[in-house]
Design a protein around this ligand. Structure first.
Ligand code: ADP
Length: 268
């Protein structure tokens, strides 16, 4: 069942068209990565979904049309995490930042405390709870922004280059954590990125270029179109390239995207 559907989206900035009759359906509980080079339209699409840009489209989320009347209810159940968390923090400590939205909703302090503990554990933020979010590194700030979104237990998590500043090792751990979260809580993840490595745990990968879906398929089979990805300027992850070659030589029998597992398969 579709949790989100966009029909006939046409959008332009002044006289520059970004989308012309764009359509997309996202299944409930799936993890969909929308990847594309700079200028593809990713941020514009996120802004439209967040109600920050107005569009004339038929957009339905949680079976409700996205319009002025429903915007607040719909947005309450979507966690948006943007690329630059600097403009985002309102509180003096990470702990207060995590509590902020739930306090505004009148949630009991004990419930909030427990949630902070759980989310901090998931994202390994325990040591940062008393820090000022503005003093943290870029990667830490992004983790706090993600944690803030998880505090509200969203039905859809929208990530807009949300892991860009987190170092590779930690990013991979967060991606794994998000996959568990996606499976256990049936949270739909819609991840926008220029980095195909972030698609590793997706169910579906969509390649967007100049406002048009050029590739759309199950992951990782969709990588058979790697030439198209290169052509539009996307870097194909090393594990994908290597897997492809090892399959040709019958050294492995399936695509393996996790480099550690790939290495152990080769050494078997
Ligand atoms: P992406 O996030 O994939 O890099 P964007 O959604 O930021 O793509 O941009 C899509 C297109 O819209 C690009 O050609 C970009 O130059 C243009 N664009 C983005 N924001 C604005 C704006 N505020 N005014 C005019 N053009 C814009």
């Amino acid at each position: 069942m579709a949790i989100l559907s966009i029909n006939n989206l046409t959008f332009r900035y002044k006289n520059k068209f970004v989308f012309d009759n764009f359509n997309l359906e996202v299944e409930r509980g799936s993890w969909v990565t929308i990847a594309g080079p700079n200028g593809a339209g990713k941020t514009t699409l996120v802004k439209i979904l967040a109600g920050l840009e107005k569009s004339y489209a038929d957009i339905t989320i949680f079976n409700k049309p996205l319009n002025k009347k429903n915007m607040y209810d719909i947005r309450r159940e979507i966690g948006f995490v943007f690329d630059n968390p600097d403009n985002f923090f309102a509180c003096e400590t990470v702990e207060d930042e995590l509590a902020f939205s739930l306090e505004n909703l009148g949630v009991f302090p004990n419930t909030i405390k427990k949630k902070i503990k759980d989310v901090a554990k998931i994202l390994k933020l325990d040591d940062l709870l008393k820090e000022n979010p503005c003093d943290l590194s870029g990667g830490e700030k992004q983790k706090v922004a993600l944690a803030t979104a998880l505090m509200l237990e969203p039905r859809i998590l929208v990530l807009d280059e949300a892991l860009l500043m987190i170092d590779v090792k930690e990013r991979d751990e967060i991606l794994k954590t998000l996959k568990e979260y996606n499976k256990q809580k049936r949270v739909t993840i819609l991840s926008f990125t220029h980095n195909l490595e972030e698609a590793i745990y997706s169910d579906r990968l969509i390649i967007l270029n100049k406002g048009v879906i050029t590739i759309d398929g199950a992951f990782p089979e969709v990588f058979s179109e790697e030439r198209v990805m290169r052509k539009i300027g996307l870097e194909v992850p090393f594990a994908i390239e290597l897997s492809e070659k090892l399959k040709v030589y019958n050294i492995i029998d399936h695509m393996e995207l996790d480099l550690e597992r790939l290495v152990s398969l080769i050494w078997k």
